[in-house]
Design a protein around this ligand. Structure first.
Ligand code: ZN
Ligand code: ZN
Length: 596
């Protein structure tokens, strides 16, 4: 069918003379590109009595669909409603064009009105429809389409399955995605990519990595897309050894030519705390684009190399790669993490003037953070009050953090009030306020906050730490005690506590009694998840080898000082990436300088 239609590649502009009525309809139907040309032809077909000719109708419709402009697509719908015998090809093309347009919902409504007629969907129909559902995050619509896939017998069709996996992953329904994946009679690389990417984009990096292993066992070759997915999962989980292996793999298999793979490598090494390797990869990339520069600047920023991040930003601008809003956020946050007040102020004032970027909420957020961290609390407060947006809870929370560091109770209370107006049920805010009270010794108020939290049933996020041992990620979650109760870990935690005591570590008992920490102190072993992960690492790895832990919450004061000592006692380099930043523990001290 498609062979009788105009070629889809770049139709030539229609010469004005081609519209001469002496030409036959067919000869110029192959050429119209703009809506007005299409309308002229339509008028001509009506005048010459050809408007009911199937071939002419289909060709006119195809012209509309090649244009893809929303007004032309609407015109296509009108033409479709008037055509007597549209081909399945045209119907599918209409669905596909709308699925990729600004109005993907029309693809679905079009399908639901036409499938009741004689239109039988085929293997081109469902991928386009599911694409529309993914873009709309339309769970109900997508599930109905899935039902149609089954009903019409396309359940085993590989493209339909691939797009179903993608659709469910995008909507966060990973169990449904996995069910489709598991039921597929055969899979191609795209199927694996969809499932692996789905896992890591939803934060399930352990599952993403184990699926990648299965893929290899199954003998299927990964491609560049797989590798970007796997590297992103490694970055998220802090799986450096696996990440290194992937690096070697992509080099060996010639998959490292793509800039997306190289950028993913830079990101992976940075997020695993190996800035040197990230820099090596970065410097070898010949034509660095903005995404690539931003990944590197961000990597330097989160690892505490603020000055270097600013340097790289200047280098990028000199290389004529113009920054966008996101790359400026990276470098501003580098300034705030390293207290580079003047550099940050300069950049903030250059935002609009020099780089033509309209300051967004996030830029103000970085400035508030920078001012707050360097003790300019009043200035930060003024900035929030005078910015052109209504401040959100995140913004106030940033300032609340600074109030804690500088023990400013008065402003802390004022700020918390603002936050609670916006988000009354966020446990972290209560925690921060209680920490401010604790820092100035107002224990009655600390206890008060705790009672309020209990009364309002404010839930805490369970702490979770991950550690890579023998190329496998092991995660330790407070709520899942199965892993914790192993005899070995129990014994190691006891031994650690004993050695810490001998080394002079005093657990912060004054606070433990009433301090409301980010993580529950009430778990069976009385240890936070990062300590358990470290104990596991000490048991399972060779003496002297470094340990890398990734944690979903902020490291607490007590764990921080304990880990410093553990690094000295056990002679290990320990890297902990917490919610905010990296801590490189070595010989009894931490790279953050106890300021985080
Ligand atoms: Zn802790
Ligand atoms: Zn630290």
């Amino acid at each position: 069918m498609s062979s009788s239609l105009p070629p889809s590649s770049s139709p030539q502009p229609l010469p004005k003379t081609a519209l001469s009525p002496s030409k036959t309809a067919n000869s110029f139907l192959q050429q119209p590109t703009t809506l007005s040309e299409i309308k002229q032809l339509h008028a001509h077909l009506i005048k010459t009595g050809l408007s009911q000719n199937h071939t002419a109708q289909n060709r006119l419709l195809s012209s509309c669909l090649q244009n893809r402009h929303s007004s032309t697509l609407e015109y296509a719908l009108l033409l479709f409603s008037q055509s007597s015998n549209p081909t399945p090809f045209i119907r599918n093309n209409l669905i596909k064009s709308f699925a990729e347009s600004q109005t993907p919902q029309i693809a679905i409504s079009f399908y639901s009105t036409t499938h009741e007629s004689d239109f039988l969907p085929n293997d081109y129909t469902f991928p386009a429809l599911l694409k529309a559902c993914s873009r709309l995050l339309g769970v109900e619509e997508g599930k109905q389409i899935h039902a149609h896939v089954v009903k019409t017998g396309y359940e085993s069709e590989i493209h339909a399955c691939n797009t179903l996996i993608h659709f469910y992953s995008v909507c966060g329904l990973l169990d449904d995605a996995r069910l489709v994946f598991d039921k597929m009679p055969e899979r191609e690389t795209v199927s694996w990519n969809a499932m692996i990417t789905g896992y890591f984009q939803n934060g399930f990096s352990v599952e993403a990595l184990s699926l990648f292993r299965e893929m290899q066992v199954g003998g299927l070759s990964p491609d560049g897309v797989t590798m970007v997915g796997v590297l992103s999962a490694c970055a998220h989980a802090g799986a450096l050894e696996l990440g290194k292996w992937v690096h070697a793999y992509v080099e060996k298999n010639g998959l490292d030519g793509r800039i997306s793979v190289k950028t993913a490598l830079v990101d992976m090494y940075s997020k695993c705390g190996c800035v040197e390797r990230a820099l090596e990869v970065f410097e070898e990339i010949p034509d660095r684009n903005l995404v690539c520069w931003t990944a590197m600047i961000n990597g330097l920023a989160v690892n505490g190399y603020g000055r270097k991040a600013v340097e790289f930003f200047d280098r990028m601008v000199r290389a004529n790669v113009w920054p966008d809003a996101i790359s400026i956020i990276s470098v501003l946050s580098a300034c705030s993490h390293n207290g580079l007040l003047e550099e940050g102020r300069q950049l903030f004032s250059d935002l609009r003037r020099r780089y033509g970027v309209t300051p967004q909420m996030e830029h103000y957020g970085c400035m508030v953070d920078l001012l707050g961290r360097s003790g300019h609390l009043d200035e930060a407060y003024e900035l929030i009050k005078n910015m052109p947006f209504v401040p959100n809870a995140v913004m106030w929370r940033t300032l609340l953090g600074a109030c804690k560091v500088y023990k400013n109770v008065e402003m802390g209370e004022k700020v918390l009030k603002k936050i609670l107006e916006l988000e009354p049920h966020h446990h972290g805010d209560y925690v921060l306020l209680s920490n401010i009270y604790a820092a100035v010794g107002r224990w009655e108020d600390v206890a008060d906050v705790r009672r309020t939290m209990k009364k309002k049933k404010i839930a805490k996020i369970p702490g979770c730490s991950m550690i890579e041992v023998d190329n496998r990620i092991h995660s330790f979650i407070v709520e899942d005690k199965s892993h914790w109760h192993s005899e070995e870990i129990h014994r190691m935690l006891g031994q650690m506590a004993h050695k810490l005591k001998l080394a002079g570590h005093v657990p912060d008992t004054s606070k433990v009694l009433i301090d409301v920490d980010e993580e529950e102190k009430e778990n069976a072993l009385g240890h936070h998840s990062e300590k358990v992960a470290i104990a596991f690492g000490l048991i399972k790895t060779a003496p002297g080898s470094p340990l890398r832990v990734v944690k979903n919450l902020r490291v607490c004061d007590d764990c921080h000082s304990a880990i410093k000592l553990v690094s000295k006692i056990y002679e290990r380099e320990i890297t902990v990436r917490d919610r905010n930043r990296f801590h490189h523990f070595r010989e009894g001290s931490c790279s953050c300088g106890d300021y985080w």
